[in-house]
Design a binder for this molecule. Structure first.
Ligand SMILES: Cc1ncc(COP(=O)(O)OP(=O)(O)O)c(N)n1
Ligand SMILES: Cc1nc(C(=O)O)sc1CCOP(=O)(O)O
Ligand SMILES: [Mg+2]
Length: 208
């Protein structure tokens, strides 16, 4: 798989705060050609998450998009998804593989030591962040900056996803610092623009 340069996280709280429907935004992303999407529903009950996963899947039906569940390998299994993203407070990638054989697993890292460990471990991709300040994740670790992306790049040959405070304006600089992909939540919500249009613009700016 060629790793997509744009990784969109559909964060349920962010969408609700903005009065946006998950299915509408997912549909726009599907039509924009987004190829990697994570469902992040930190407050939802298991039933909520599974219902929302089905909505997302319906919108991406017939596309090549890979769907990733945040935190919960068990719910990924029940949803029939193969992608799972875990952080240090979640089950480790090796345990994800135990409950989901053939899983596509991502792991969060926040410093060089964690990148080294992730490189030696079970994950299919390594996420580094937050690159810039973010108000989306309240318990975010300290900002690593573009220098943190460069250092992470030097420490892993796995696909490197950068996350945190990435916008239309700075996304290219993150790829130029060595990331294979940028993961975004709030960047899609630009006043007066549809999220699908912003996703198209991000894909265009990151291609080449
Ligand atoms: C692509 C990507 N990178 C990092 C994260 C953060 O995961 P985690 O540290 O487990 O924090 P939560 O998202 O669970 O609050 C992510 N979700 N996706
Ligand atoms: C979910 C998440 N994880 C991070 C990490 O550093 O691991 S930063 C982050 C929030 C990303 O949201 P936005 O694109 O709106 O800044
Ligand atoms: Mg997590």
């Amino acid at each position: 798989m060629k790793f997509p340069k744009l990784y969109v996280i559909l964060d349920v709280e962010t969408l609700e705060r903005r009065g946006l429907r998950l299915s509408c935004v997912a549909g726009e992303l599907a039509r924009a050609g987004v190829e990697l999407v994570q469902l992040r529903d930190k407050q939802g009950s298991p039933q909520d998450v599974l219902r929302r996963a089905a909505e997302v899947e319906r919108e991406f039906a017939g596309t090549q998009c890979r769907l990733v569940m945040n935190d919960r390998a068990d719910l990924a299994v029940l949803a029939g998804w193969t992608g799972v993203h875990v952080g240090h407070k979640d089950m480790p990638p090796v345990a994800v593989r135990e409950v989901l054989s053939g899983a596509f697993v991502g792991v969060s890292t926040h410093d060089g030591e964690q990148v080294r460990a992730a490189d030696a471990g079970e994950a299919d991709y390594v996420a580094i962040g937050p690159v810039f300040a973010t108000s989306t994740k309240l318990d975010a670790e300290p900002v690593v900056g573009l220098d943190g992306v460069r250092k992470a790049r030097a420490l892993t040959s796995k696909p490197l996803v950068a996350i945190g405070g990435i916008t239309l304006e700075n996304a290219r600089s993150v790829i130029d610092a060595g990331a294979d992909s940028v993961a975004v939540i709030s960047a899609l919500f630009v006043p007066g623009e549809r999220p699908g249009k912003v996703a198209e613009e991000l894909i265009a700016r990151l291609s080449s």
